[in-house]
Design a protein around this ligand. Structure first.
Ligand code: MEV
Length: 443
């Protein structure tokens, strides 16, 4: 049977499922029945979700969790997080609680500049292009006035256009690097629309402008798109306390507070030095950030891409966070680019994204950036704290055990008994199954 198809997108959802079931599933009827069960009962809600992408055939469930007690800039938040990985929410909550009693997280937005680029080819020399650019720039701005008017009335818009010369590395290659303020929106559509208008304006300008000769008219736009590298749309976040306030935590690990703080600082320095460790360290930060980004209907791929580039800004990929110990004080901090929005896009469409913003007190984009950065730093704090003390498997294994028990349809009584049994035993699927079988036999 052929497995390819023409016109899949034109089929109704039921037809798509039927075709998939018959062509690819182990059992077509089971497959269709289960996939149909992953739908909102409310049809109008389902239509909203289906409208996000093409060829949607079901909804994919992920837990929507809450990390309470996040004290950020003097305000306590219960932060919604969407993530599938066990222990992440527990770790965030535990770090939030730890810092709640120690002044919480402090965060400040450095700036909210977003960038877009028009990449083009032009045969002349850079000096001449710089002269022409003086005439081109006002024409570009004027040509996008209708697109920018609304954003301008909200306090945003185009804040700069630079001509960048790459002709020495790629003959004839230049770039317009355009900066934007997009207020509370993430602004991707706005930026891309302006850039595409600039395409047209650029080509029309080189055709019509009287101040250039015929050889200079030969401009070719290659592409126009926003950049997900937003080093100037960034937040600085930090948490600080006297080292002595690690005492209780340290005692549990049989350590002095100073030793715990020192080990922590060294673990962070290792992630500054070594790229392999830095990647995992930063992954832990994005465990937190992405979960908030997803819960609030923002674009986690964009935010991660920008963050990882930022982590490599001096030529080596390094930890995003840093830790300082001086005069008996411990400071843990991070600067991270975060292009987030609280209006437009999915934030307005996704019913749970709307609820997330409601729970967070209808934040501005700047406030949401501070929240996401704090959760990222909290996550990093929790991960490094575990790594230098108990290791992370203890927390992971508890969730892993619950997942296995659910999979094996353990009753509540079996759950309680297994949780206590595996407190000091190695968790594996076969060990848990064996234990449950034993329990069931004795009953
Ligand atoms: C696991 O998802 C994240 C950690 O590996 C982060 C880290 O190692 O810092 C625990």
């Amino acid at each position: 049977m052929t497995k390819s198809i023409n016109g899949f997108s034109k089929l109704s959802k039921a037809e798509k499922l039927e075709w998939l079931g018959e062509t690819y599933a182990d059992n077509a009827a089971d497959f269709v029945q289960e996939m149909k069960s992953w739908q909102y009962a409310d049809n109008s809600m389902q239509r909203v979700i289906d409208g996000f992408t093409e060829n949607a055939v079901a909804n994919f469930a992920l837990p929507y969790s809450i990390a309470p007690n996040f004290l950020i800039n003097g305000q306590v938040y219960a932060v919604p997080m969407v993530i599938e990985e066990s222990s992440v929410v527990a770790a965030a909550s535990s770090a939030a609680k730890f810092w709640l009693d120690r002044g919480g997280f402090h965060a400040e937005v450095i700036d909210t500049v977003k960038l877009g680029q028009v990449h083009f080819r032009w045969p002349g020399n850079p000096e001449r292009l710089r002269e022409i650019f003086q005439n081109l720039k006002p024409v570009l701005i004027e040509s996008a006035e209708d697109l920018v008017a609304n954003m301008k009335s909200r306090g945003g818009g185009i804040t700069g256009i630079e001509l960048i010369d790459f002709a020495d590395v790629e003959p004839g290659y230049y770039q317009l690097r355009v900066s934007f303020q997009t207020c509370d929106s993430m602004g991707a559509n706005f930026i891309n629309s302006v850039l595409e208008r600039f395409d047209q304006t650029l080509e029309a300008f080189f055709t019509d402008f009287e101040g250039i000769n015929d050889e200079e008219r030969d401009v070719e736009v290659i592409m126009s798109i926003l950049s997900n590298y937003t080093p100037e749309c960034a937040v600085r976040v930090w948490a600080e306390c006297p080292i002595s306030s690690f005492r209780e935590l340290a005692i549990k690990q049989g350590m002095e507070a100073e030793m715990l703080a020192e080990r922590f600082a060294m673990a962070v320095r290792i992630a500054q030095i070594d790229t392999y460790r830095a990647t995992t360290h930063n992954k832990g930060i994005y465990n937190g950030i992405d979960a908030v980004v997803l819960a609030t209907g923002n674009d986690f791929r964009a935010i991660e891409a920008g963050g990882h580039t930022f982590a490599s800004r001096d030529g080596q990929y390094r930890s995003l966070s840093s830790c300082h110990i001086s005069d008996g004080n411990f400071t843990f901090e991070m600067t991270v680019p975060l292009a987030m929005g609280t209006v437009g896009g999915l934030t307005a469409l996704h019913p749970l994204a709307k609820r997330s913003l409601e729970l967070l007190g209808h934040p501005s984009a700047r406030e949401l950036m501070c929240i996401a950065a704090s959760v990222g730093l909290a996550q990093n704090f929790a991960a490094v704290r575990s790594l230098i003390t108990t290791g992370i498997q203890k927390g992971h294994m508890k969730m892993h055990l619950t997942n296995i028990l659910n999979h094996l349809e353990a009753t509540e009584e079996e759950m309680t008994s297994a949780l206590s049994h595996f407190e000091h035993q190695t968790v594996s699927f076969s060990a848990v199954r064996g234990y449950l079988e034993g329990l069931r036999e004795t009953h």
